[in-house]
Design a protein around this ligand. Structure first.
Ligand code: BTN
Length: 322
């Protein structure tokens, strides 16, 4: 943690004003340096008040996502320890890819943009990413996995995100195979997994995660064929994007580490518990065909098993509706 991050962390945890003298002793830097860090924190949008003869108080954290604001909530070694923040970009997937090309895409780095002008969904769909309303993120993951072991990672990530949302907001999130996060049947988030690999080795996985956080009803549901929602619509209390991003990092690192060592089998039962489609009649569309049947559950590779009139079908990808 840098001195500035540490200073912010002290201010965030303090119950009363902290004097410049105390801060300079704690950080082992001069009072002038403390003053410079405070000035820089203010420039980042944090509201820091200097109370005469008492010291500094943090009145309001900046709403801008940064390593400084997120790190006090992190329990990770790698995830979100590096955070690349942008006001706007075409897609965080492109930015993460550029970082990888330049050799700067370390494991756990997250790219966050307030807005995406060409956000990508699965199957070449557009992902609407309006300014300041969501968490539009791409996480660079370099897992200890072989290429053929990677596909269920999307399901593991979906489960981790459902937990992160639940711990931050109290909202129960359902998972729709393979990559949708739903609240009462309405989409609140999605995952776009892009694998960069040779036949023998995974170079990186770009985990694109979009979560609708602050949109109002009328912003989302102009297209009545797609039912969407945001955390703000579903939650009575204000949703803190900083805490949610940190919770995502914590859950993602833990889940992906477990997946590396224990495989998808370890998540199978928990995943099925979070899914509303098991035991129900579904229509599944793959690149080849559309089938109908009862969703039985997942196999140990994360493939969806569907009981049709012709027997049990195993689906590795596709779109499923109830
Ligand atoms: C889907 O449900 O189709 C997946 C949506 C994934 C959207 C996220 S937002 C951040 C990242 N950048 C993108 O362009 N897409 C993903």
């Amino acid at each position: 943690m840098s001195n500035k991050q540490q200073l912010l962390s002290f201010l965030m945890n303090a119950e009363e004003p902290i004097s410049g003298e105390h801060l300079s002793e704690q950080l082992g830097v001069s009072r002038t340096m403390i003053w410079k860090y405070i000035k820089s924190l203010k420039e980042d949008g944090h509201e820091v008040e200097a109370i005469k003869k008492k010291g500094y108080v943090l009145k309001q954290l900046s709403s801008q996502l940064s390593v400084e604001t997120v790190s006090p909530y992190l329990e990770t070694t790698h995830f979100a320890r590096a955070l690349y923040y942008l006001e706007s970009c075409p897609s965080t997937q492109f930015v993460a890819n550029e970082l990888l090309v330049k050799g700067k895409g370390m494991h756990g780095l997250v790219v966050v943009s307030e807005e995406q002008t060409a956000g990508k969904g699965r199957l070449n769909r557009q992902w609407v990413s309006s300014k300041g309303k969501g968490l539009w993120t791409t996480w660079i993951v370099k897992p200890d996995l072989l290429p053929h072991e990677a596909p269920p990672i999307t399901l593991v990530v979906a489960l981790a995100l459902a937990k992160a949302i639940h711990s931050t907001t109290g909202i129960q999130v359902d998972i729709k195979w393979p990559n949708d996060l739903l609240i009462d049947g309405k989409k609140v988030g999605g995952i776009l997994t892009e694998l960069q690999a040779t036949p023998d080795k995974i170079e990186a996985i770009l985990l694109g995660i979009g979560i609708n956080v602050l949109q109002a009803e009328e912003e989302l549901n102009q297209d009545l064929t797609k039912r969407a929602t945001s955390l703000a619509i579903e939650c009575d209390t204000p949703v803190d994007r900083t805490k949610l991003l940190a919770a995502m990092a914590n859950e993602l690192e833990q889940a992906i580490t477990t997946f590396e060592t224990q495989g998808f089998r370890r998540f199978q039962v928990e995943w099925e518990r979070h899914s509303t489609m098991i035991g129900k009649k579904v229509t599944a569309t793959t690149v080849r065909e559309t089938i109908q049947g009862i969703a039985l559950g997942l196999n140990e590779h994360g493939a969806l098993l569907v009981q049709t009139g012709d027997g049990v079908r195993t689906l590795f990808s596709g779109d499923v509706t109830l």
